[in-house]
Design a protein around this ligand. Structure first.
Ligand SMILES: Cc1cc2nc3c(=O)[nH]c(=O)nc-3n(C[C@H](O)[C@H](O)[C@H](O)COP(=O)(O)O)c2cc1C
Length: 315
C-alpha cells in the first residue's frame, strides 16, 4: 500500500487507501460485489452484521420504498459466526487486500464478547464494528422493559457496560456504531469513548413506518423499519457534527451519502471517513466515484489533506 497516497487514511490503526468505505448490510459479505466494483480500490469493507447463531431475519415484506429513501426491516439475517469464519471471511480475504471490518451483533453482552474472541483468532481482520443500533430485532432484556437490538445504544450505562466488556476482549481496533433513535447522541458517544471505543460510526437507521392504503395494513410485516437514503442525510449530518464536537476519537459517517457532495459535507463536519449504504444498491460504483470526486475537489481547491477540509467560521 502506498502510504504517501494523497487520500491515505489511518483510523485507529486501520490503514485505508482512501476514506471511503461501504456500510454494513449494504454490501453482503463483500464477495458478492466482486463483479460490480473493484474491491481493491475501496477504503475498507464492512461486512453484514454477524451474530453467534444464524438468523433468518424478519418475515416479508421487509423492504419498502419511501420518498427519497427506503425502509428496511431485514432483522439481521446472516449466516452466523461459524459459516462466516469458515466460508465468507476466507472467501473475501482471498480476493482482496482491502481492510475488512467485521460487524458484530448480539442479544447479550456475552454474545458480543464470544464473537469478538473468535474474531481475534482469525488474524486477518482490520477491525470490529459493534452494531449496537439495529432497530429491527426484538428481544427483551432481563429485568427491564427494553426491547430490540438498539437497547445497547439507547442508554449510556448499557453502552458503557457492553463496550468496556468487549474492549477487554480484544486489541483489534474497535468501532461502535450508534443509533439516531435517541434524544442526545452525544451522551452515548461519550459513554462509548469512555469505555474504550477507538472509533464511532453513525448513523444507523432512524425508525420509521409506512402504511399500504390498499390493504390498510402496515407496509412492513415488522410494522416499523429503519429509514435510509437521501432522506436521512440532514439528520446524519447534524448528529456527526454534534459527535465530532464532543469526542476526541475519529468518527466514520454514514447516512444518505450518494455522491461526492454528500461525502464532502460530512468531511466538513470533521468525519474521518465516510461509508456508502443504499448508494451501493443504486450504483455499486458510488464509493469509487466519490473517491475520485474527493481527490478532484481537493486538487481544485488546493487543499493538501482531508483534515484541512473543515467548516469555515461565520455565515
Ligand atoms: C437493507 C439494509 C440492511 C442493513 N443492515 C445493517 C446491518 O446488518 N448492520 C448495520 O450495522 N447496519 C445495517 N444497515 C444500516 C446501514 O449500514 C447504514 O447505517 C444506513 O443504511 C444509513 O446509511 P445509508 O442511508 O447510506 O444507507 C442496513 C441498511 C440497509 C438499507
Amino acid at each position: 500500500m502506498n502510504k504517501k497516497s494523497f487520500l491515505f487514511t489511518d483510523i485507529a490503526g486501520i490503514k485505508m487507501k482512501n476514506p471511503v468505505m461501504v456500510a454494513s448490510g449494504t454490501f453482503g459479505y463483500g464477495e458478492e460485489y466482486k463483479e460490480l466494483i473493484d474491491l481493491d480500490k475501496l477504503g475498507a469493507i464492512v461486512t453484514k452484521t454477524i451474530t453467534l447463531k444464524p438468523r433468518a431475519g424478519n418475515p416479508p415484506p421487509r423492504i419498502v420504498e419511501t420518498a427519497a429513501g427506503m425502509l428496511n426491516a431485514v432483522g439481521l439475517q446472516n449466516v452466523g459466526l461459524d459459516v462466516f469464519l469458515k466460508e465468507k471471511l476466507p472467501g473475501l480475504k482471498k480476493i482482496t487486500s482491502t481492510p475488512v471490518i467485521v460487524s458484530v451483533g448480539g442479544e447479550s453482552i456475552l454474545e458480543y464478547v464470544k464473537i469478538t474472541e473468535a474474531l481475534n483468532k482469525t488474524g486477518t481482520i482490520a477491525g470490529i464494528e459493534l452494531n449496537i443500533s439495529c432497530p429491527n430485532i426484538r428481544f427483551q432484556k432481563k429485568n427491564t422493559k427494553l426491547k430490540g437490538g438498539i437497547i445497547f445504544s439507547q442508554d449510556e450505562k448499557i453502552t458503557y457496560k457492553l463496550v468496556s466488556r468487549v474492549r477487554k476482549a480484544t486489541k483489534l481496533p474497535l468501532i461502535v456504531k450508534l443509533s439516531p433513535n435517541v434524544t442526545d447522541i452525544t451522551l452515548i458517544a461519550r459513554a462509548a469513548e469512555k469505555a474504550g471505543a477507538d472509533v464511532l460510526s453513525l448513523i444507523n437507521t432512524p425508525l420509521g413506518m409506512a402504511v399500504d392504503v390498499t390493504t390498510r395494513k402496515p407496509a412492513l410485516a415488522n410494522i416499523t423499519g429503519g429509514l435510509s437514503g437521501p432522506a436521512i442525510k440532514p439528520i446524519a449530518l447534524r448528529m456527526v457534527w454534534e459527535v465530532t464536537n464532543t469526542v476526541k476519537i475519529p468518527v466514520i459517517a454514514m447516512g444518505g451519502i450518494m455522491n461526492t457532495t454528500d461525502a464532502l459535507e460530512f468531511f466538513m463536519v470533521k468525519a474521518a471517513a465516510v461509508a456508502v449504504g443504499v448508494g451501493n444498491f443504486i450504483n455499486p460504483q458510488t464509493p469509487l466515484e466519490i473517491v475520485e470526486g474527493i481527490a478532484d475537489y481537493l486538487k481544485r481547491h488546493r487543499i493538501k489533506r482531508l483534515k484541512d477540509l473543515s467548516l469555515l467560521k461565520g455565515r
